[in-house]
Structures are given as C-alpha cells and as structure tokens.
Design a protein around this ligand. Structure first.
Ligand code: BGC
Length: 742
C-alpha cells in the first residue's frame, strides 16, 4: 500500500473514532444517548460548570476568587445578557452551548429592552383553548431566540388555591385539567421553536406572602389530586425540559431539597428526564439539595441575597467529603443536557436577529380577543351599536392597559404608557401597555363622540356620564410577585362605578385585574367585561369586543367569590409584613380548590368557574358518556342558536352519586372541555377520553390511583353552575400504579 493511502486511511479512522467519541454530535442518536455521550467526555470541572447558573454580576463580583474563579466571572461578565435572569457557561471544547435563561410566560424580560407582551397567563387560560397558548408560546420563543436566549423560565402552573395570591395572573387557573392543558400549550409552543422551557413553581407555592419562609402543610393525597396533578398533566402533555422548584417549604422541607416532590414524585413516579432548577435564591444547601433532587443551582445567594452562594467549589468539597457522589453529578449533568438535545437547542442555536413586532402583536391581540370574559350583559347592552356618545372613565384608559408586576413583567414595544406610578421599584415598575382603549374605541366608533374622564374626580366623571349615551368605566387591580393582594378594588374605584352607574343606567365596567375581585356595585351595572391583563394590544381587543367586531368567547378559569367570607383562609399568614418571617399554613381545604371548595361548602360564588357569555347563544345537545373496560369517554354537540357566529365552550364535569363513598374532595370535577367555532345556526360535536385520574383518588399507602365502583353522573353544560344535561354511568373498581411507564 502506498504511503499516502495509508495516511488517508489512518486519518479517516481517526475521524471515525472522533465522531464516535463525539457521539453527542450525531443527530441520528436519541437525546438520551447524546447527553450520555457528552457527559462521558466531560472532566469534573466541566460537569460542575453546568450545574450553576449565574445572575447578578454585583453578587458575583463580591464572591472571592476561590469561590468563583476569575475565568468564570469574566465569562459571565462577557456573555450574561444584561437584565436577564441567568447564564450558565458553555463548554466550547465539546461544543456545548451556554444556557441563556430569560423570564417568563408572557414574553421576554430583558431589562428595559422592548418586547411583545402576551395577555397574562390567567387571561390566556380563559380562552379554554390550548392552541391559543401554543401560538403565544411560539411567538415569545421566537423573540427569545432573536434576543439570544435558549431557555425560558415560563410555564407557571400553580393552582389558584388562594384567590388573593399576587401571582395568580402568572398561572392558569384553579382546575388541574384546565391548568395542565393550558400551561402545556404554552410550553409546547416554546419548545417547538427550539427553546427549553421550565414549568414552575414546583410546588404548592400558592401564595406570595412570606414566600421564602412559609411552610405549607398539605397531605400527599390532596397534593396529588390538586397542585401536583396539574403539574403531572403539564409534564405529560409538553415534556418541559426543566422544572423550577419553589421558594417555600412543603411539609417541613424546602421545595428545592424536597425528596418527596423532586426525587419521588417528579423523577421516580413521573419519570421526568429533564433538570430541576431552583427558583432564584431558593437553594438552602449543597449536598442535601443535590441528593434530594436539585440539578441546577441558580445564581444568587439564598434568602434575599443574605445567605451563602452555592458554588461549584462548595459542590466539589461536598464530593470530596463523600456527601455527594459522582453518579449524582453525572445524573445532574445528563439531565441538564438532555433538553438541549431533545428540544433542538443544540442543533439549532439561538441567534440574535430581527423581530417582526407587527406580526407578533397580532398574536397577542388574538390571544386577548379569545380570552376576555363577558361576565354580565343585561338587556344586551353590548355590543355597542349605533351609539352616539360614549363616556370612557378611569383606569388610565386614555393611555393603555395594565400588566402584572415582578419577574414576568415585560417592557412593551412602545414603552410604558403610564410611567412613574408607585411602586417604581421591585416588584414594579407598574407597567401599562401602550394600547389605549380610548383611542381604540374612537377608531371602532368613528361616528360617536367618545370623551374621557380620569375618574379621580368622581363628580367630573358623573357629569360626563350624564351627558353620554353609555358610560364605560375601567377598573384596575395591580398584582405582582412577592405580595398578595385584596379582592377589594383600591382607592375610589368602587365609589366611582357606583356613582357613574347611578348617573347613567347604561354603564359598562371593564375590569383589568390579576384575578378575582369583589363587585359591590354589580346589581347596579348592566354589563361587565373581565379583560384581565390583556397584553400589548389589549386596548384594541377591548374595543373590538365592546363594539362587536369580536364576539367574546372567554370563560372564567377561576371562580369569583361573592365575599371574603367564602374564602378557605380568612387570612394569609404574614400578609403585608416585610419578608422573612417564618410562618406556617395548613391547606386544610386539601384538593377542594376553587369551584370544588364552593361546591363542598354550598357557597354560591359571584361568578362561577367556567362562566362566560357571548353575543350569540349556544345549546349543548346529544350528551354522551360511555364506559368501556373502565375507561370513560364523553362527547356532546354544541349548537349556535343565535344570530351571530361565535365560539362556545362545552364543559363536562363528573359528580359521584355517593360523594362519601367516592372518596372525592368535592361534589364534582371538570373532566373535559372543548371550544367550538360555530356559524349562526351551526353545530358541531366532539368526543374526549377522560383521564382516569380525574375520577380517582390518590392512595398514599401503595402509591396508586383508585376509582371506587359506583354510579357517577356526567354533567354537560357551559359553566360549573350551568350544567343542564347529564348521563349516568357505572364505573367499576379500578386501581393502578401512580408510577408512569418509561
Ligand atoms: C421568580 C421566578 C423567576 C426568577 C428569575 C424569581 O423571583 O419567582 O419566577 O423565574 O425569579 O427571574
């Protein structure tokens, strides 16, 4: 053989061997295989690089060089995107990209950089259509990539157990099935665009007061049937690459070192393959955290920056002392790499680029138009047609629409429409999206005289309302991260609505709220539209709904209580006090959250879960419920019986004939829902398999789900309190393991 041929053969063999060694580059291999191959090629220090996320350069600069080596400080300083959540250095030698982590579920948050903001997640949940959240997920992921991020801290899915929770607007309602499907929609959209998404905050982080110190007591049965069931659905339906563990303690253990939550439930039972990252500052130890299930230490010191910094150096020391094994570190690295391969981040890296803001604003507007809930419309006051004059009052409706505060706050394209409102600092600034309902109403009603009064002066507002054919009063409730709110509106807003309604019987109230509010003026007001935080085109969406360009089709993802007396907890421990007080709460209501609580107590809420009116009418017909081998399938027809096209939502609940014998927490549970788009006079049908866990109780003794034999009534309708049709079925006894198959 000639020398050159030998050289070529040797070179080819070397390349082959290299390709084989670098098997993580091979796209034909599974994400598991690729992650495993990459971990096998890593040095100890490289593995350790993956498990720490860095955030705050100031905090980092304060760390001595032996804790965070200068090379890492320099890397973070050069590559962390200013104003974003976190940065995990890459491993250039192996082609492993850095992880650039950004908040949150309504859009990209990067300091003051202007980006497109979706409606709040609670608003989107009101669409009752996972395709709407998925479209939003794709849009915000495109902006994340164009801004240089490959990891989204999105997918908030805590249940709205506490109606005053400051972060309910970041979550997806009070029901596990609805929350599961809606959060999964968002994550599916994000990950389809090659961005890793979290689901968060795991778990039972259901109120904000003293969130970093509160110890929540709740039974495993109740957790599995409520908060954890929502997360279980999200995980199954969207396979998020990451789970963010929460600040609080659950049954005496920090959520980020909670063996029951992380190792047992998430990893062993649900077979979660991704990684657990801590909420920012939620780490309390090195070895315990790692051994009980945390995979990535996020980058600022715990306890509001007052605790130690959990560094790679600490971790190495813990390994040297035998407190954490190499096997655990390998597993952590494997879990962090897996979603990079699985979601396409590795093969299709994020690149900064141009954003089509106009197209993206349309996605946000469509989500808002699908989400607003028409709560009341006496005498068909809405839609406004041929109206000659409109008084627009309050809520900064001349400038924009409200958004929620905290880490999910997005600086909107066009800037904050009402700057300098208090608080201007964390969890502020209070942001108003630059989408003024006033201007939008003028555009939709070119022939009408549309005038504005701020509402600060009630007499002036009343005078304007008296001169106008209709009055539209905007009320707002600002909620945000790190605090809980009240159901009562702030300031003079209730008095304003009452005074305007007295002056003009054709008064419409538009509510921009984080969640539920009380409405002492409701009997005096003929029409109410719940707009939540409607995002960057919220003003246009409100105007189009009020004027009938869009037929409202949102349904409440949370119940609106009639009074504080109906709440499960009279007080939230530590409410309104500075953070850091160790407090305790027992979630005695267990899994009976929202409508389940009201049903169990026999309370009539102000507005029921699932409620939402339309400008047309729908009738549910042909209810069907079949049981085959213990599996329940339900279906129905929906007919548009009115004169306008519109979208209706069929909701299916199940109620055991013998509640006590069923073991359920409450008289009924939502088991299916489906949104249908129908022309006037049109009808359509749907069929859905019911997830058996929605008929079961969780049995802690043998980690199983169990359905108790008996008669169950399947109820069909359009809201939790509007279920006119039913079919009885008989379910057999069934028990199955709560452990998922691989
Ligand atoms: C929030 C998380 C957020 C993180 C990073 C925390 O304060 O609870 O939801 O993702 O900060 O900004």
């Amino acid at each position: 053989m000639k020398q050159t041929t030998v050289a070529v053969l040797l070179a080819c063999a070397a390349m082959g061997a290299q390709a084989q060694d670098r098997a993580w580059l091979d796209k034909s291999k599974s994400a598991d295989e690729r992650a495993r191959a990459a971990v096998a090629a890593m040095t100890l220090d490289e593995k350790l690089l993956l498990i720490v996320s860095y955030t705050d350069k100031k905090d980092l600069a304060k760390q001595p060089d032996d804790i965070v080596p200068p090379a890492i400080k320099a890397d973070v300083a050069a590559h962390h995107i200013e104003g974003s959540a976190g940065y995990v250095p890459g491993i250039a030698r192996l082609g492993i990209p850095p992880q650039w982590q950004t908040d949150a579920s309504i859009g990209v948050r990067v300091g003051g950089m202007e980006r497109t903001a979706l409606p709040s997640s609670l608003a989107t949940a009101a669409s009752f259509d996972p395709a709407v959240s998925e479209a939003g997920g794709r849009m915000i992921a495109d902006e994340a990539r164009a801004s240089g991020f490959n990891t989204f801290l999105a997918g908030g899915a805590n249940l709205a157990r506490e109606p005053r929770n400051g972060r309910n607007f970041e979550y997806v309602g009070e029901d596990p099935l609805l929350a599961g499907r809606m959060a999964a929609g968002l994550i599916n959209g994000i990950q389809a665009r090659h961005v890793v998404s979290t689901m968060k905050h795991f778990a039972v982080n259901d109120h904000e007061s003293q969130r970093t110190t509160v110890d929540v007591t709740i039974s495993p049965e109740a957790m599995r049937q409520s908060d954890l069931l929502a997360f279980e659905f999200v995980d199954e339906l969207s396979k998020p690459g990451s789970v963010m563990c929460s600040y609080n303690l659950v049954n005496g253990r920090w959520a980020c070192e909670n063996e029951y939550l992380l190792n047992k439930t998430l990893k062993q039972d649900w077979k979660f393959k991704g990684y657990v990252m801590a909420d920012w500052g939620a780490v309390h130890s090195t070895a315990d955290a790692a051994n009980y299930g945390l995979d990535q230490f996020t980058g600022y010191p715990c306890c509001n920056h007052h605790g130690p910094f959990y560094s790679a150096k600490n971790f190495k020391e813990a390994m040297n002392k035998g407190e954490v094994s190499m096997r655990r570190l390998d597993d952590m690295a494997q879990r962090i790499l897996w979603p990079l391969f699985q979601t396409g981040v590795f093969d299709d890296p994020a690149k900064p680029g141009k954003i089509d803001f106009a197209a993206h604003a349309n996605v946000a507007q469509r989500a808002a138009e699908e989400s607003m809930v028409l709560l009341k419309n006496e005498g068909n006051l809405l839609p406004l047609a041929n109206v000659k004059s409109v008084a627009v009052i309050g809520g900064h409706a001349d400038k924009g629409v409200l958004a929620g505060g905290g880490s999910s706050g997005v600086t909107p394209v066009g800037g904050n429409a009402v700057p300098n409102l208090e608080p201007t600092k964390w969890p502020g600034p209070v942001i108003y999206m630059p989408s003024a309902p006033l201007a939008a109403l003028k555009a939709e009603l070119p022939k009408a005289k549309v005038a504005y009064a701020s509402g600060k002066d009630i007499d002036a507002a009343v005078a304007l309302a008296k001169q106008s054919e209709v009055a539209v009063v905007f009320v707002t409730q600002w909620m945000g991260e790190g605090f809980d709110g009240k159901l009562e509106l702030d300031g003079n807003q209730d008095a304003l609505v009452a005074a305007v309604a007295r002056a003009n019987p054709k008064t419409i109230v538009v509510v921009e709220s984080g969640g539920a509010i009380l409405m002492p003026w409701l009997p005096q007001v003929p029409a109410v539209l719940e707009a939540f935080y409607p995002g960057i085109r919220g003003g246009q969406a409100i105007a189009r709904i009020l004027t009938g360009k869009v037929n409202p089709s949102g349904h409440l993802p949370i119940s609106f209580p009639a009074s504080n007396a109906q709440l499960a907890h009279a007080e939230i421990p530590g409410f309104g006090k500075p953070d850091g007080i160790p407090v305790h709460i027992t979630y005695h209501e267990g899994a009976a959250i929202g409508y389940k609580w009201y049903d169990a107590k026999g309370y009539k809420p102000l507005f029921a879960f699932g409620h939402g009116l339309s400008y047309t009418n729908f009738a549910v017909a042909e209810p069907k419920a079949n049981v085959a081998n213990g599996a329940l399938t339900v279906g129905a027809a929906l007919r548009n019986t009115g004169k306008l096209a519109g979208k209706g939502v069929v909701q299916v609940y199940v109620a055991p004939a013998d509640l006590k014998a069923s073991g359920w927490e409450a008289p009924k549970r939502l088991v299916a829902f489906h949104k249908l788009d129908l022309q006037a006079g049109g009808a359509n049908t749907f069929t859905q398999a019911v997830d058996p866990r929605l008929l079961a109780t969780y049995e802690v003794a043998d980690n199983s789900w169990r359905v108790r034999a008996g008669t169950y009534r399947v109820l069909f309708g359009q809201a939790a309190d509007d279920l006119p049709m039913s079919v009885d079925v008989t379910l057999p006894d069934m028990v199955w393991s709560a452990v998922h198959k691989e």
